[in-house]
Every structure is written in structure tokens, then in C-alpha cells.
Design a protein around this ligand. Structure first.
Ligand SMILES: *Cc1c(COP(=O)(O)O)cnc(C)c1O
Length: 396
């Protein structure tokens, strides 16, 4: 353990199970430790660094904006915030944006807006939201209640009332759990933290139809899937639908903390005083987000992610054929990929990966999740695959 790790362990709260690795610098698909050793980053800050580490256009936008105006509060108008809102609206099927600072905060905003829709439009006194088992929507109290995983609820009860849970990718269960109080259904297009769970192709079209028939809002949590991760700018594009609301964060700011909740005009119900965020969409974060989103669009990184994701997945499938008892299954869309492992192997792969200079991420203890920068090259994918091959061979 180095001095930085000792200091962190002494002064920070013990909220994270961290790898024994300190990072001091990043460039493109690589991060560097204090000794200058480089690590191929297949985690990308958990699907945040879609443009890699310190993407030059985002760095320049930040430098430029930092010298002009960093923060004003939302008591005033600013150009970067107005520009970002227009960029998001013009490149999605949604009409309005609320800017905030994280995924959980975006989901809190969505939950409040859905409840307001329930009260004022549907005249429901106690509006309810349906979410899915194995979902993940964040750690604040309503977002963690929306999260359909008991391990995240334990010791934090009482939870927020007004949530029901159904199995993911199961329209019949969803239909059965709708009550006259249901105001919204909130789902991830592909579940991320729950293990990269990809629904059947027709699931979301059927959910959309159900929502339309019953006058229920469809909220998509695109916090992890957004901004090219799955090979389209937003994952809902794969399903031929548009949600009534969607939440964004992770890759939105090119590494800078920013979140957004978007909605259709018919749900544009917030009035001054209903909701707010002091830092939400401040000029500095907005400038970073504009640069990040523009780069994804200009460099056609969605198409590139689809192509590299296909390549990466094929390579994982080849590894699975070589090590069938160690890679149990491979799945994913675009550059949001996963490989299931036998119990106990995941932490070994992570530890050995660090020795070999590759960062691997685990979800749920025994699923490797690959969410590398979208700018990763085929050579870099092969480098990661070859390290994984070596580790699997050492463990067979
Ligand atoms: C990461 C994540 C969140 C929470 O985002 P934070 O910025 O950590 O609050 C919410 N939903 C999904 C789908 C996520 O992947």
C-alpha cells in the first residue's frame, strides 16, 4: 500500500472496495500509476470516459470556459447551458432538458416529474412507479428505492413509498403489476450494474405500447447506455421507440460531473420553485459536455463503437470457446459487454490484470463488464483480450 492509499484509508469514509492501485494521469485509453506504469483502461471511469482520458477538445473547452465564467447559479441565463440544452434536444427525440450533476440526481428529478404528472394530469393521490429487479438507478434515497436490488436497500429503510418491482424483460409481469395508481415505468434500456442484461428485441416496443394504452409514462435511465456506448447515441434507438422521459449522466461531460433529465413537451410540467440544482448545468460543466457530445457526433463515434463492439464481442466469444469452463457466457451491445465467470475468478482477474497492465471491471461479483473508451482501437482490444487469455490460462 502506497502513502496515498494509506492517507485515503485514514481520512475518507470507507464507501468503496477499491483496487490496490493509485492513478495519477490519463491519456486516451491508458491510465498511469505514480511509477509511470501504464494500464489499458477497459473500465473508462465506469462508462464515463467515452472519449478516453483527458480528451483534448474537452480539456480545451474547460480551459477556455474556466477563464470566462465558471459558475453563476441558475438565477441567471448562460450561453453554455442554453447551447447544451439545444444540442441535447436537437440530437434526441425529447423536447426539454433539466440539468443537474449526477445520474442519481437526474433520476430523482425524473421521479419527481413523474409524480407531478401523476398528481396533476392523472389525478392520482398516491402515484406509483414500477421499476425492474436487478435495476440500478443510483444511491440517493428515492433513486436507491427505485433500484430493484435488496442489497442496496439493507440498513437504509424506511425506503421511499410508491415503488413496485417486476422482473426485467417480462411484459406480462409488468402488465399485471400496473394499478390505477401507476404513473410511470422506469427502466434501463440495458441493465448495467445488474450485470449487462440485454432484453429481447421486442420488449421495449411492447412496454411502449402498454404505456401508451394506459396513459403511463415511460422513463428510460440512459445514464450508462447514453452517448454512443451501445453503438447509437441513445440505446432506445435500437428499439424503435422514444421514451417520455430519459435520464443522462456518466459520459455526458467527457469526464466532468454533469447529469440531465429530458422529457417530451407533454410532461414539461415543472414550474419555477418545483425543482432546482445550484450547480446544475453551470457554464464549466456545460462547456465540457458540449465539447464531449459534439466530438461523439462529429467523429461518428456511435458507428465506430458499434463496429469495435462487434469485434470485441467476437474476440470474447473466441476466448469462451478456448476456456469454456472459465467464460460461461458472453453478451452485450456495442461497447457495453460482459462475460460471466465462475464464482471466485473475478477478483483474481482484476488483480492479475493490474500486474499485466490492464484494468478489468466486475459487476455483481462474477461478471466481467467491458465499457472501454469508444475511441479504443482493434490493437488495444486485442491487447486486453490477450491479457485475459493469459490470466485464464494461468487459472485453468
Ligand atoms: C451509474 C448509474 C446511475 C447513478 O449515477 P451516479 O452519477 O453515480 O449517481 C444511475 N443509473 C444508471 C443506469 C447508472 O449506470
Amino acid at each position: 500500500m502506497d502513502e496515498i492509499q494509506k492517507q485515503a484509508k485514514k481520512y475518507l469514509m470507507n464507501t468503496y472496495g477499491r483496487q490496490e492501485l493509485t492513478l495519477v494521469r490519463g491519456e486516451g485509453c491508458y491510465a498511469y500509476d505514480p511509477e509511470g506504469k501504464k494500464y489499458l483502461d477497459l473500465v473508462a471511469g465506469i462508462a464515463v470516459n467515452n472519449l478516453g482520458h483527458c480528451p483534448p477538445k474537452v480539456v480545451k473547452a474547460l480551459q477556455k470556459q474556466a477563464e470566462i465564467l465558471i459558475h453563476t447559479s441558475n438565477l441567471y441565463y448562460t450561453q453554455p447551458q442554453a447551447d447544451l440544452a439545444r444540442l441535447l434536444v436537437e440530437n434526441s427525440g425529447l423536447d426539454r432538458v433539466f440539468l443537474c450533476n449526477s445520474g442519481a440526481e437526474a433520476n430523482e428529478a425524473a421521479i419527481k416529474l413523474a409524480r407531478k404528472y401523476g398528481h396533476t394530469v392523472k389525478k392520482i393521490a398516491t402515484p406509483e412507479i414500477i421499476t425492474a429487479h436487478k435495476s440500478f438507478h443510483g444511491r440517493t434515497l428515492a433513486a436507491v428505492t427505485a433500484t430493484g436490488q435488496e442489497k442496496y436497500h439493507k440498513n437504509f429503510e424506511p425506503l421511499v413509498p410508491g415503488f413496485r418491482y417486476v422482473p426485467f424483460d417480462d411484459v406480462e409481469s409488468l402488465e399485471k403489476s400496473i394499478t390505477p395508481n401507476t404513473c410511470a415505468i422506469m427502466l434501463e434500456p440495458i441493465q448495467g450494474e445488474g450485470g449487462v442484461n440485454v432484453p429481447h428485441q421486442e420488449y421495449f416496443a411492447r412496454v411502449r405500447k402498454l404505456c401508451d394504452q394506459q396513459g403511463i409514462l415511460l422513463i428510460l435511465d440512459e445514464v450508462q447506455t447514453g452517448f454512443g456506448r451501445t453503438g447509437t447515441l441513445f440505446a432506445y434507438e435500437h428499439y424503435g421507440i422514444v421514451p417520455d422521459m430519459m435520464t443522462l449522466a456518466k459520459a455526458l461531460g467527457g469526464g466532468v460531473a454533469i447529469g440531465a433529465m429530458m422529457c417530451l413537451e407533454k410532461v414539461n410540467l415543472f414550474q419555477p420553485g418545483d425543482h432546482a440544482a445550484t450547480f446544475g448545468g453551470n457554464p464549466l460543466a456545460s462547456a465540457a459536455a458540449i465539447a464531449a457530445v459534439e466530438q461523439i457526433l462529429e467523429e461518428k463515434l456511435c458507428d465506430y463503437a458499434a463496429e469495435l463492439g462487434y469485434f470485441f464481442q467476437k474476440e470474447l466469444e473466441t476466448l469462451q470457446k478456448k476456456h469454456p469452463s472459465l467464460i460461461l457466457s458472453v453478451r452485450g451491445v456495442g461497447l457495453m459487454l460482459a462475460a460471466d465467470l465462475p464464482e471466485g475468478l473475478g477478483p483474481k482477474i482484476q488483480k492479475r490484470g493490474i500486474e499485466l497492465g490492464v484494468l478489468f471491471n466486475l459487476v455483481g461479483g462474477h461478471t466481467l463488464r467491458f465499457v472501454p473508451p469508444l475511441v479504443i482501437t482493434k490493437e488495444e482490444v486485442l491487447k486486453g483480450i490477450s491479457a485475459l487469455d493469459q490470466i485464464l490460462s494461468e487459472n485453468s
